[in-house]
Design a protein around this ligand. Structure first.
Ligand code: GLV
Length: 328
C-alpha cells in the first residue's frame, strides 16, 4: 500500500494518554476509543474493517478469525509486554506485524511483584480488613503473624527481564537466597548479578519460601501451578502471580489456601479476568489486585509511547522497535 494518496487508518482500541493519541492523529486517520468502552470481539472486528493498523492492549484478542475478516490490517502494536492476546502464527501467516512493549515496564512491574509478595507474606490486606471492620480491640502476641521476607528463599518461575529484576531486589536488598526455574538457564554472569541458582521445577516448588510467577502465558504454561504443584509447596510458603491468569489453576489455589496447604497468595492476574473465581473472594489469606503491576503513570505513558512509536515507524520507514514476529 502506498500512503501518498491517503493517511494510514489506525484503530486505537482503548483510551490512551491524550498527548500520545495526538501524535498518532497528526500522522494517521485515527478511530479512537477515549470513552474506553470494552468492545466485544465482533465489534472490534467491525471497527477494524478498512484499518491498516491497530494499537491494542493485552485485553483485545487478535485471532485467526479476526485476521481473516480484516485483510487490510498490517500491524498490531500491543501496549503490553505480554502478547498472549495475539495469535502470532496466524498474524505471521497473514503478513501482520505484531509488536509489544518490553523493557519500559520491567522495574515498575518488579517493584509491584515485590510489594505484592511482601503484602502477602506480612498479611497487609487481611489485617487492614480486620482493622476497617472495627475488630481491633486489643494487642495480642500472635495477631497477624506472617513470615519474614529477609533471609527467606525467593523462588522465581520464569527468569526473563522482570524475573531478574525481582531476583536482584531480593538478593541485594533483602539478603534472600534466590532459586529459579526457566525454560533455559541464564548465563553465569547474569546468575551472579541476580544471586540466583538454577533448579528444576520440583526443587523450586519444595524449597521456595516465597514463590513468584513471572512466566509468559502459553499452552505450555497453562496451569503450571495446579493442585499437584501446590501440594509440593511448604505449608508456610506464599505464592505471588504477576504474570498472567491461567498459569495458576485458581480453583485449586483457592482450595489450597482454604485448607492452609500453603500460607497465602498474592494475585494480580486471574483466569477469565476481570472475573475472579468466587472461591478466591471468600478466602482470607489472599491479596487480590486488579492487574496493576505496570500501573505507574510514568510507565504506562512509556508503554503507550512505545506502542505509538512502533506504529509511527512502521508506516514511516517500515521498521518497528519491538517486534514479536518476523515477516517474510
Ligand atoms: C501487562 O500485563 C503486560 O503484559 O504488559
Amino acid at each position: 500500500m502506498n500512503y501518498t494518496d491517503r493517511k494510514p487508518r489506525i484503530l486505537v482500541s482503548r483510551a490512551i494518554f491524550p498527548d500520545v493519541l495526538a501524535q498518532l492523529e497528526a500522522v494517521f486517520e485515527v478511530e479512537h476509543n477515549q470513552a474506553d468502552a470494552v468492545w466485544s470481539p465482533r465489534e472490534l472486528t467491525e471497527r477494524l474493517q478498512g484499518k491498516d493498523g491497530a494499537l491494542t492492549t493485552g485485553g483485545e484478542r487478535i485471532s485467526a478469525e479476526l485476521l481473516q475478516a480484516c485483510p487490510g490490517l498490517k500491524i498490531c502494536a500491543n501496549m503490553a509486554v505480554g502478547f498472549n492476546n495475539f495469535d502470532v502464527p496466524a498474524m505471521t501467516a497473514a503478513g501482520v506485524q505484531g509488536t509489544n512493549a518490553p523493557d519500559v515496564l520491567t522495574e515498575t512491574t518488579a517493584d509491584f511483584g515485590f510489594a505484592l509478595m511482601m503484602a502477602t507474606a506480612r498479611r497487609v490486606a487481611e489485617s487492614e480488613h480486620f482493622l476497617r471492620a472495627g475488630q481491633w480491640t486489643r494487642w495480642s502476641y500472635d495477631m497477624f503473624c506472617g513470615s519474614d521476607i529477609h533471609g527467606a528463599t525467593l523462588g522465581i518461575l520464569g527468569m526473563g527481564r522482570i524475573g531478574q529484576a525481582i531476583a536482584r531486589r531480593g538478593f541485594h536488598g533483602f539478603g534472600m537466597p534466590v532459586i529459579y526455574h526457566n525454560r533455559s538457564r541464564l548465563d553465569p554472569a547474569t546468575e551472579a548479578t541476580c544471586g540466583a541458582r538454577y533448579v528444576d521445577k520440583d526443587t523450586l516448588l519444595t524449597q521456595a519460601d516465597h514463590l513468584v510467577l513471572v512466566v509468559p502465558y502459553s499452552a505450555a504454561s497453562h496451569h503450571a501451578i495446579g493442585a499437584a504443584e501446590l501440594a509440593r509447596m511448604k505449608p508456610t510458603a506464599t505464592l505471588t502471580n504477576i504474570a498472567r491468569g491461567g498459569i495458576v489453576d485458581d480453583a485449586a489455589l483457592a482450595a489450597a489456601l482454604r485448607n492452609r496447604q500453603i500460607a497465602a497468595a498474592g494475585l494480580d492476574v486471574f483466569e477469565g479476568e476481570p472475573q475472579v473465581h468466587p472461591d478466591l473472594l471468600t478466602v482470607p489469606n489472599v491479596v487480590l489486585t486488579p492487574h496493576i503491576a505496570s500501573a505507574t503513570l510514568a510507565t504506562r505513558r512509556a508503554m503507550a509511547q512505545l506502542a505509538a512509536d512502533n506504529l509511527l515507524r512502521f508506516f514511516g520507514d517500515g521498521s518497528v522497535l519491538t517486534p514479536v514476529n518476523t515477516l517474510a
